[in-house]
Design a protein around this ligand. Structure first.
Ligand code: NAD
Ligand code: ZN
Length: 376
């Protein structure tokens, strides 16, 4: 049996030698999970495969059971493990519980892990797959826009240490990713817009034509038009996959361009108290602050910052520093100094020079960053 391919489907290949895989983008992919998996494994059916399906509690009933039914209809034996929604799930305790599930089902190296949910589920399930029995094959079914365009591309998996986010992890590429646009219909509005911030980021850092497409399709983006989303998700995945292909293990520095807006964004996210500002909302503000910093250094035209700000605002994303943080500039700089993007007493920023191009700029003193924040 081969996977059904509709004319509407887009496939983004992620080329990483023997670790290459496809991202399939369509509507209805969750109910084609069995045939898709079989085709990736070059099998006629999924008969005889043993699978641990790990799903977010808010997602299992809505989308996870369709994945499970499709896998079972193709002959696989599926156990499911439902994990609570939220960042605190990327924990030792949940990791241990999932290892226990695998032990209880006497999993071996042929067992597969399928993750259904957002970035939290994908990072946790991917980490369990990377580490159990020295590595199980793994499929991602991302159900948030952020996980579709960001966390399910690139093979970073991990959990949080009580004192730091994503401190424990591994690179582990999936064997395939299923993006079913229909799953986005249940995603809450703020979560959807948070994902759009990362989409805008790809345009600013790598592709002016894509940025223009976003500017021209604001109403389609706001109404979650599937035609617009199919292109936007596919192009975002292609852009990230291309960066990952050139710097899979973050050794050449190229992958750092993906951090545009994140040095300041992480500080806002942490100071607001995790959860008060969603990640994409913090990144939206962080991108505008970084672009203003680039302006103050004479690296970019004010009109290019304005274009970013206009687009983000049209997508209902915040672009100004929240009022409760206006007087906390010193805290913001201190927080950035604790971030991993510092070198000695100096900060490292990804700054745009025009729409579609960024550079990593080293040696920015905390004073310059502070002066820029005060002028916002
Ligand atoms: N591995 C990477 O390269 C990478 C990159 C970026 C982010 N991340 C990680 O991703 C995580 C954030 O991912 P996220 O934004 O997807 O968050 P998430 O997984 O917490 O999902 C956000 C919320 O949406 C709910 N949800 C998910 N899909 C839904 C759907 N279709 N319908 C209704 N509700 C749904 C979830 O229950 C949750 O409450 C962070 O932990 C971050 O560290 C990893
Ligand atoms: Zn991000």
């Amino acid at each position: 049996m081969t996977a059904p391919i509709s004319a509407w489907e887009r496939i983004v290949p992620v080329s990483l030698g023997s670790r290459s895989y496809d991202i399939v983008i369509n509507e209805g992919g969750t109910s084609q999970a069995g045939p898709l998996l079989a085709s990736w494994l070059k099998l006629d059916t999924a008969k005889g495969l043993r699978i641990l399906l790990i799903a977010d509690a808010a997602v299992y009933d809505r989308h996870g059971d369709a994945v499970q039914r499709s896998l079972e209809a193709s002959g696989a034996e599926v156990r499911s493990a439902i994990v609570p929604s939220g960042e605190q799930t990327k924990s030792y305790a949940q990791t241990q519980a999932l290892y226990d599930h695998l032990v209880n089902m006497t999993a071996d190296r042929k067992t597969l892990v399928v993750a259904v949910g957002g970035g939290v589920t994908g990072d946790l399930a991917g980490f369990v797959a990377a580490t159990y029995a020295r590595g199980l094959r793994f499929v991602q079914v991302p159900t948030t826009l952020l996980s579709m365009v960001d966390s399910s591309v690139g093979g970073k998996t991990g959990i949080n240490h009580p004192r730091g986010k994503n401190l424990i992890g591994a690179f582990h590429q999936p064997i395939g990713v299923i993006i079913d646009l229909a799953t986005l219909s249940t995603l809450p509005d703020r979560e959807y817009r948070s994902g759009l911030a990362e989409v805008v980021k790809y345009g600013v850092i790598l592709d002016e034509t894509f940025f223009e497409f976003l500017e021209q399709n604001i109403s389609g983006l706001n109404s979650r038009d599937p035609e617009v989303l199919r292109h936007v998700i596919a192009r975002s995945c292609e852009l990230k996959a291309d960066v990952v292909r050139q710097d899979e293990y973050e050794t050449t520095g190229l992958r750092a361009v993906l951090n545009y807006g994140h040095t300041l964004g992480h500080a806002f996210e942490a100071l607001a108290g995790y959860g008060a500002l969603l990640h994409g909302e913090a990144i939206s503000i962080g991108m505008i602050c970084a672009s203003r910093l680039a302006e103050s250094l004479g690296r970019i035209a004010a009109s290019d910052t304005q274009r970013q700000s206009d687009l983000l605002s049209a997508l209902n994303l915040p672009v100004t520093v929240p009022s409760d943080m206006q007087n906390r500039h010193d805290d913001i700089v201190r927080c950035m100094m604790l971030d991993k993007k510092t070198e000695g007493r100096e900060l490292r920023f990804v700054l745009p020079s025009r729409i579609g191009h960024v550079e990593t700029v080293r040696g920015i003193s905390p004073d310059i960053a502070l002066r820029c924040l005060r002028s916002l």
